[in-house]
Design a protein around this ligand. Structure first.
Ligand code: GLN
Ligand code: ZN
Length: 758
């Protein structure tokens, strides 16, 4: 019989009860026993829901107290020395120390889980002496069985993926690390086999990336060892986020099942199966319900995909499953009360996806007729959204098609613009500026809440914002900065702020997803054609400009960042969505220019994270991403100075694309990968205005003048002094006023020292 399976379920809970429990525990408001109890309640509730939905194979051990990669590391006793771990089960204090840092020891690094917005804690292998501290998958399996009678499918991060995501070792040491880890994995699996576990899911998403021959050899070694050591156990070798590379090698591994992503890797995976077949003795985990998207699945289309697969794999050997863990989508649509009916009807979050999986499984097992009613309902829902007015703005579609048919370019090349801008602005060498936001104090947040609740009217709120602007314009002048900003006090979030003002966006009430640890985000949904309704930032910017003789930069979020931090429609390409956003934002750029704002910053911190996993797809993405930025900014006068800002990620391998954006000035975060970025400027020339952040804003510490002086000197060894700007790493909204002012004063002093040498 065909079965259904889920690879993992969101931890956070429909009302973020998981987040709340973690934060209460951290704040000392929840004792450890009650905390454990609370999390168990949440965990069991999630398992129960899946069982009641009728899912056959339910993942256990997908739940976490913070992050599943950290769980894997601590399960193997891999704890950096600075946390003084003394062996045995890793206590919560150490576990959270690694995740969040302690008074004496900085946290481990956190980075994005493949191309998702989920961040995992990077395991540090140096100095570690791996031992099995507890068999977590076994504990989770027993719990589900005892408490709920669920025959769970323990999930665990596979050895190759774990090693590849870890740091603190040389490539030449990979095999010796594998030697240390493999016996521990074997022990885990043997204990599971002894317990009578039927299926275990071993996640190896690394298999969708290019692997070296040495890695392929390691892969065989790992799975051959498992097959020999735990022969009774069915291993589902699970991949996701793309099609697998090395299909031929992977299908030969001695495992019982292989899980493939037929949503994000549909073409590659199906082509491979058609070409090379699928082994008759293995089970295919057919990931055809999108574990990352929020849209209802077109069930008829999914059924015909499954029918296609049945040509190559017997029905009883197919498991209908989500493409990846449902960790990446919100919990349920059912609590949403404010969405347009045609939008709500077309959404499927985690719980709704459970139903889809069960329906498809039923249809495959006992015929399409069994779900005839549901198929019709699905058609109707998708049709309603398709016909919705917001998706059929022919005026916008046509305008965007026309605009994007042209190559977007400023009227003059940078060299000439630079001269014109210098003449106009008369800035000193090494102009100083900031990235946009100033501290969002408790007072600012409270004011916004009062206004949102209707306790404050618009006028009162606007006056409050103006007062904040006054304060900070004065402060910036007094500190001695050259190019000022208004401070972004009216914004909570750089994407939400614009989404709420543009057409084509919707906002859920509960659509949260875990970003890292207890931090959740609630991405907007771009569900229609994007429309510019009216100027969004002109009032505040103009007001700020009226208060000073220094230039004030207008401040916008760029098209790619808005797109990458939203859930987006799937009926048109991401490229088209980016152009629609660009077209809308360009009208804002023009409105600012017309209002007399001569410097406009379009932030693009999220360009890097949209980069496709497959190398061969990257150039195309970068090309249209760059084009969208240029489209947003190309229509202004040569003397209008376009700025951009990037952060969060390592940009050192995409300098060429950054240069192609043709911004007059970029400010870029450097603190986290300082060496690499500087190095890449040694190899690549960069010939536009640039400010490499001279201090890290993520810490409340006030940097000393000399620290910044040395950063400046290093940068000037590789960058043209005439094009160099001085600024912090990123926006200052999370900082306090006092430390911000002190840091900026030091930055201006460091600038003066640098100027005296030129
Ligand atoms: N202008 C934004 C700010 O200063 C940029 C934020 C960001 O880079 N993430 O807050
Ligand atoms: Zn930033």
């Amino acid at each position: 019989m065909t079965r259904s399976s889920v690879l993992g379920y969101p931890r956070i809970g429909a009302d973020r009860e998981w987040k709340k429990a973690l934060e209460a525990f951290w704040a000392g408001k929840l004792e450890e026993p009650e905390f454990h109890q609370k999390l168990q309640e949440i965990r069991l509730n999630h398992l129960r829901k899946q069982k009641e939905s009728g899912i056959d194979l339910i993942a256990v051990n997908d739940f976490s107290y913070y992050d599943h990669v950290l769980d894997t590391a601590t399960m193997f006793g891999i704890v950096p020395e600075r946390f003084h771990y003394e062996g045995g089960a890793v206590p919560l204090s150490v576990y959270y120390g690694i995740a969040r840092g302690t008074k004496d020891a900085p946290a481990s690094e956190m980075t994005k889980w493949f191309n998702t917005n989920y961040h995992y804690i990077v395991p540090e292998l140096d100095g570690a002496n791996p031992v099995l501290t507890e068999n977590r998958p076994l504990t989770a399996y027993r719990e589900a069985k005892e408490k709920l009678g669920i025959e769970g499918k323990p999930v665990i991060v596979g050895p190759l993926t774990f090693l590849k995501l870890s740091k603190g070792y040389q490539p030449s040491e990979t095999d010796s690390w594998l030697d240390k880890l493999l016996p521990l994995y074997v022990q885990v699996l043997q204990e599971l086999a002894q317990e009578g576990v039927q299926w275990v899911q071993i996640d190896e998403p690394i298999l969708v990336t290019k692997l070296s021959d040495a890695d392929l050899t390691r892969l065989s070694r790992i799975y051959e060892t498992f097959a020999v050591s735990a022969p009774g156990l069915n291993i589902m070798l699970q991949t996701y986020f793309e099609s697998i590379e090395n299909y031929q090698n992977i299908i030969q591994l001695p495992v019982s099942g292989i899980g493939l992503d037929f949503v994000h890797g549909f073409t590659g995976n199906i082509e491979a199966i058609k070409e090379a077949g699928f082994p008759g003795n293995k089970v295919l985990g057919a990931g055809i319900i999108d574990g990352r998207g929020i849209w209802k699945a077109p069930l008829r289309e999914k059924l015909s995909q499954l029918e296609e697969l049945k040509k190559y794999v017997a029905a009883e050997r197919i498991i209908v499953q989500s493409s990846c863990s449902l960790l990446h989508v919100p919990v349920t649509v059912s609590n949403e009360t404010k969405l347009l009916p045609e939008l709500k009807g077309a959404l499927a979050f985690a719980d709704e996806k459970l139903t889809e999986l069960v329906l498809l499984t039923r249809a495959i097992a006992s015929g399409t007729d069994r779900i005839a009613k549901e198929l019709d309902q699905c058609d109707l829902a998708l049709q309603a959204l398709k016909q919705s007015e917001v998706r059929n703005r022919h005026d916008i579609q046509q305008a965007v098609a026309e605009v994007s048919a042209q190559e977007p370019a400023r009227s003059l090349p940078f060299s000439e613009r630079h001269v014109a801008q210098q003449n106009k602005w008369q800035l000193p060498i090494f102009p100083t500026t900031t990235i946009g936001s100033f501290p969002q104090s408790a007072e600012v947040r409270k004011a916004r809440q009062s206004w949102r609740k209707g306790e404050w009217d618009d006028e009162r709120y606007e006056r409050f914002i103006q007062d904040q602007i006054d304060i900070w314009i004065n402060l910036q002048e007094e500190i001695g900065l050259d190019v000022l900003v208004h401070g972004e006090f009216e914004r909570t979030d750089m994407v939400e702020f614009f989404g709420e003002k543009l057409g084509g966006f919707a906002f859920t009430q509960y659509g949260w997803v875990q970003s890292y640890g207890s931090r959740c985000v609630k991405p907007p949904i771009i569900y229609g054609d994007v429309t510019f309704e009216k100027p969004m930032t002109v009032e505040e910017t103009k007001y700020a400009q009226s208060k000073t003789n220094h230039p004030v930069k207008g401040m916008l979020t760029g098209p790619i960042t808005i797109m990458n931090w939203s859930f987006v429609r799937e009926d048109i390409t991401r490229e088209k969505i980016a152009y629609q956003l660009a077209y809308a934002l360009r009208q804002e750029v023009e409105a600012l220019e017309q209002a007399g704002i001569g410097m406009i910053q379009v932030d693009e911190p999220a360009v890097r994270e949209g980069l496709p996993l497959k190398e061969e797809d990257q150039a195309e993405y970068l090309e249209w991403a760059v084009k969208a930025f240029r489209m947003t900014t190309c229509t202004v006068q040569p003397t209008t100075q376009i700025h951009t800002h990037m952060c969060y990620c390592e940009f050192h391998d995409m300098i060429d694309s950054i240069e192609a954006m043709d911004a007059d000035v970029i400010s870029i975060e450097t603190s986290r990968s300082h060496g690499e970025l500087i190095h890449s400027f040694e190899v690549n020339t960069y010939e536009l205005g640039i400010g490499l952040g001279v201090y890290d804003i993520h810490s409340p510490r006030v940097p000393r003048v000399e620290e910044m002086t040395s950063m400046i000197e290093r940068a000037l060894r590789v960058l043209d002094p005439k094009l160099f700007w001085i600024n912090p790493d990123c926006g200052l909204k999370t900082r306090g006023q006092e430390e911000t002012v002190a840091s900026l004063r030091n930055m201006v002093q460091a600038t003066e020292i640098a100027r005296s040498k030129y």
